[in-house]
Design a protein around this ligand. Structure first.
Ligand SMILES: NC(=O)c1ccc[n+]([C@@H]2O[C@H](COP(=O)([O-])OP(=O)(O)OC[C@H]3O[C@@H](n4cnc5c(N)ncnc54)[C@H](O)[C@@H]3O)[C@@H](O)[C@H]2O)c1
Length: 279
């Protein structure tokens, strides 16, 4: 199988696949130095897993060996039976990759996008075989997070869905099927709804961020409350996704409190300040 895009997600999807011991993986990136950075990052992740005795050093070594790097998409996809695209979240970049996949991938290969917001129906026709295309939405960090949302577009074939679901199982992850594509898929729709409600309560002065988080953590058994989760993920990422959803007519504008924080440079943990302050 082949992964296109060796950033945060692509490198980890390749690593999780290699760790299953069942596939040889080719990882493609066109930005100079990125494949080396991905390899170094994956080695670091594996070292930690060995330390924590989640994998043996032999398994770690074999996993790294199974990932071949390539800057030549045409060659890297020529014999793959599954290609997962994980390039930057930009429509034109993904469109160009899907056009190339249509030209160079095997006719029977499954062609999947890991996009969080671009549904496969916007990309599938560029391949000339939309029945072989779907979304496969993994979560960060892939080596820890169990879930992959497999999303069926209007033209996705049954066999494509079955292959994608079976692949996810085969690399030790749990697939769920979204039978009809919809912006945000399942997890982000539920998360956004809960986060927006939490921000409405905060903005209306009904409760403080700390108490809302404690209520959700202790009352719903979430591992962390919505505000800590927003700070952890990056407020700019959430804000961008909510504005994107609005521009596509799929939901309201991002809440005012979120806009104020982002405009004030409070982006969450990465800037040391978000809904909460961090050392
Ligand atoms: N980061 C997350 O938490 C997360 C979670 C789930 C899904 N996603 C989705 O995964 C995708 C990738 O996100 P990311 O966070 O890994 O991004 P990233 O910016 O870390 O990585 C993107 C990579 O794609 C490479 N790239 C760009 N154009 C390319 C091309 N034409 N051919 C080959 N490589 C190319 C870049 O060099 C970069 O290494 C996005 O669609 C995003 O929505 C991200």
């Amino acid at each position: 199988m082949t992964v296109v895009g060796a950033g945060t997600m692509g490198s980890q999807i390749a690593l999780q696949t290699a760790l299953s011991g069942r596939y040889d993986v080719t990882l493609v990136d066109t930005v100079p130095g990125q494949l080396q950075r991905a390899r170094a990052q994956n080695k670091k992740l594996l070292d930690r897993s060995v330390e924590k005795q989640r994998v043996t050093s032999e398994q770690a070594g074999q996993a790294i060996e199974r990932i071949e790097d390539s800057d030549d998409l045409a060659r890297a996809v020529a014999s793959a039976d599954l290609v997962i695209e994980a390039v930057i979240e930009n429509f034109d970049a993904k469109k160009s990759v899907f056009e190339d996949l249509g030209k160079h991938a095997r006719r029977d290969a499954v062609l999947a996008s890991n996009s969080s917001t671009i549904v496969v129906s916007r990309l599938a026709d560029f391949t000339g075989r939309p029945e072989r295309c779907c979304n496969m939405h993994f979560f960060h960090p892939v080596t820890v997070m169990q879930l992959c949302e497999v999303v069926r577009g209007p033209k996705t074939g049954d066999e494509t869905v079955e292959t994608a679901m079976e692949f996810v199982r085969s690399i030790g992850r749990t697939p769920v099927l979204l039978k009809k594509e919809i912006w945000g898929f399942i997890v982000n729709r539920v998360l956004f709804a809960a986060s927006e409600e939490a921000m409405r309560l905060l903005d209306g002065g009904y409760a403080g961020a700390e108490d809302i988080d404690i209520a959700v953590q202790k009352g719903l058994n979430w591992p962390m409350g919505p505000f800590h989760l927003l700070d952890f993920s990056g407020l700019d990422v959430f804000y961008g996704a909510m504005q994107d959803r609005h521009s596509l007519g799929e939901g309201p504008e991002a809440p005012a409190v979120l806009r104020r924080l982002v405009e004030g440079g409070r982006l969450g943990r990465k800037t040391g300040k978000g809904f909460f302050d961090y050392d």
